[in-house]
Design a protein around this ligand. Structure first.
Ligand SMILES: [Zn+2]
Length: 625
């Protein structure tokens, strides 16, 4: 162990208070934290030891938001007691469990701003008793609740966050007040909630998500908690919300309430906190790797061990970040690894012999590189590496998993494949020509390509690789129109769709026009499933539960059978198909509430008509496709 509590333990009360207040300002007001959360928590623990009643302890993680007055919460919103290891979690759980069968709920600890909507007023947690009224921010906020995504229209307690996918797509072009981009989703949500005036953010299409605390919850018995811990961590880690830990609480809410609260925390809940760990090492090189639209700098490091893993590479994000960090090859750098995300470089100290990591020409085609926003890009539309990356991204968007980058590279070199249309033309013989393929694997690949001919409209739009138009933006668009409608829309009409904005609308219209002939050909080769809620006259179907095949497989069957597959349970859903009709998933509960027809998967497949095609059979005749 390192000298973990060394500094915190040497400080007296006033010094601790001053230090915590300083870090609170760095974190919330300046959006520029100086120490990792785990260090910050050590300061709090030290203060707790010498002065348990200090008011700072109940004010922790309280962001400065610009609201319009204080709101008193009907029931206080307390912060949670914290644990830093599974051992601590288990000790706590064993203390309160009434036996090995005691049930606990395991939920994400979202890393954002805790908030409450009472049906009329949206308020932050504040000090737990009084929150700030932030109702004026509602136009930016989308609620994700069980079986519902949309405007905040019902009482809910949850966390204001920016989804990681939104951060990558939307926030790559949303400028903060005074210019520049947000460094991470936490800074962005704090920054935007801190604005007095959100007009500019509305115009730019900024979006904040309010995640209902009940949305994601796993029920686990005490006796299974330890064995399932890693699996649960991985499941939660795969969610698109920023998280800084895991909440574990007693499932029996009446029992939990009967335990009461300490001065600051409910006894029946605990937060397991992730520990971000930083280490110092040396930057020995920078490799520029190709993406579909630009080049991404990857740091090559002198190997360094962080929480049990040897780190050799870290992301430098983009050229702008390199310039802001002022980092050069030969410098000493601080690398951070937080949870399962890719390690990144957070700061640097100039070395004695250093050289610039920047490049001027494309490593593939030699064209002079250009800056586009924070990125460095190859402007040559024929650049082989850029073309490969764009095609690989398109293939990923369509979900053709067997067709990886190495195979695509060979297809481009040997079979003259350049675009998605060419992929749909491929025959088993073309694949057999490639090294590493046998009859069976070639047939499987062709079959998988064949299945991708029935595809969601948003996947197809995302596959066009238009900058800032990913799957989520595409889904928003298709809530308002279908593909043919989209191609007829003017930039003004598109810009009027919430979340799109004029800049993206302009780029989209121009790209769709530029790719028009190609699009005609492409759309001729596929069958699109319309994803939005626009009335198609077709009955809608939603799937829930763990099924033998991928969800998309059943959605395609349903689409071919005249249904419109949808992702969420709404009041006008026609049928909910469940792997297990007796389960109690949110979708099932919601469907029961709305009196929606629920059928078992087998039954639904029978209704669709006769034989179900074998999804993975090597030479099965998929007559549907
Ligand atoms: Zn190039």
């Amino acid at each position: 162990m390192d000298t973990k509590n060394f500094i915190a333990d040497r400080l007296n009360r006033d010094e601790l208070v001053a230090l915590i207040e300083y870090h609170n300002r760095r974190y919330w007001e300046e959006g520029d934290p100086e120490i990792p959360d785990v260090r910050y928590d050590e300061l709090l623990r030290a203060l707790q030891r010498i002065d348990p009643g200090n008011e700072l302890l109940s004010r922790v993680y309280t962001p400065q938001v610009a609201g319009s007055g204080k709101v008193r919460h009907k029931t206080p919103m307390l912060s949670l007691d914290k644990a830093y290891s599974l051992k601590e979690v288990l000790e706590w759980a064993e203390k309160f469990a009434r036996g090995g069968d005691e049930e606990f709920l395991v939920e994400p600890k979202y890393d954002g701003i805790s908030a409450n909507f009472d049906g009329r007023i949206l308020s932050t947690r504040g000090d737990g008793e009084f929150g700030e009224n932030v109702t004026d921010k509602l136009p930016l906020i989308e609620l994700e609740s069980i079986g519902y995504t949309g405007p905040v229209d019902r009482p809910v307690r949850g966390e204001l966050v920016i989804r990681e996918d939104d951060f990558r797509t939307l926030y790559s072009h949303i400028r903060r007040k005074g210019g520049g981009f947000y460094k991470n989703s936490r800074n962005a949500v704090a920054g935007i909630m801190g604005l007095k005036e959100i007009g500019e953010m509305v115009v730019q299409g900024a979006k904040i998500t309010l995640v209902d605390y009940n949305l994601v919850s796993y029920r686990v018995r005490l006796r299974e908690l330890s064995a399932r811990w890693e699996e649960l961590r991985a499941e939660l880690g795969a969610l698109p919300y920023p998280q800084d830990g895991i909440v574990v609480k007693l499932a029996d809410s009446a029992y939990s309430a009967s335990l009461g609260n300490t001065a600051h925390h409910p006894r029946g809940e605990i937060a397991f906190k992730f520990t971000n760990i930083r280490k110092e090492t040396k930057l020995i090189g920078v490799e520029w790797s190709f993406g579909k639209n630009c080049l991404t700098p990857v740091a090559e490091l002198e190997p360094v061990e962080i929480s049990g893993t040897t780190i050799r590479r870290a992301t430098l994000h983009n050229v702008q970040n390199i310039l802001e960090l002022g980092v050069e090859i030969g410098d000493t750098v601080i690398v951070e690894r937080a949870g399962d995300v890719i390690p990144c470089i957070v700061s640097s100290i100039p070395g004695s012999a250093r050289r610039s990591p920047l490049i001027e020409n494309c490593p593939s085609c030699g064209a002079k590189l250009v800056r586009r926003g924070p990125e460095l890009c190859c402007p040559n539309p024929e650049c082989p590496e850029t073309e490969l990356q764009r095609l690989a991204a398109a293939v990923r968007s369509l979900g053709i998993e067997r067709l990886g980058e190495p195979t695509l590279r060979k297809l481009m070199e040997k079979s003259g494949v350049r675009h998605l249309c060419d992929i749909f033309e491929l025959k088993v013989m073309d694949i057999l020509k490639l090294e590493g393929f046998a009859a069976k694997s070639a047939a499987n690949l062709i079959e998988e390509i064949g299945k991708a001919r029935v595809v969601n409209d948003y996947q197809m739009l995302a596959a066009l690789n238009i900058p800032n138009v990913g799957v989520n933006v595409a889904k928003v668009i298709f809530e308002h129109t279908d593909f043919a409608g989209l191609r007829r829309m003017s930039a003004d009409e598109l810009a009027a769709i919430p979340g799109i904005g004029p800049e993206r609308a302009g780029a989209l219209v121009a790209e769709l026009a530029a790719q028009s002939d190609y699009l005609d050909e492409l759309l001729g080769a596929v069958t699109l499933i319309h994803s939005g809620d626009v009335a198609t006259g077709k009955p809608t179907v939603c799937f829930t539960g763990k099924m033998p095949e991928k969800r998309s497989y059943y959605q395609k069957l349903a689409a071919a059978g005249g249904y419109q597959p949808v992702d969420d349970v709404t009041a006008n859903l026609s049928v909910l198909v469940a792997a297990d009709v007796n389960e109690s998933s949110g979708k099932l509960r919601n469907a029961r509430k709305h009196g929606i027809r629920i059928v078992a998967l087998d039954e639904f497949l029978k209704e669709l008509g006769g034989d179900t095609p074998e999804p993975e059979s090597g030479d099965g005749q998929l007559t549907l496709f």
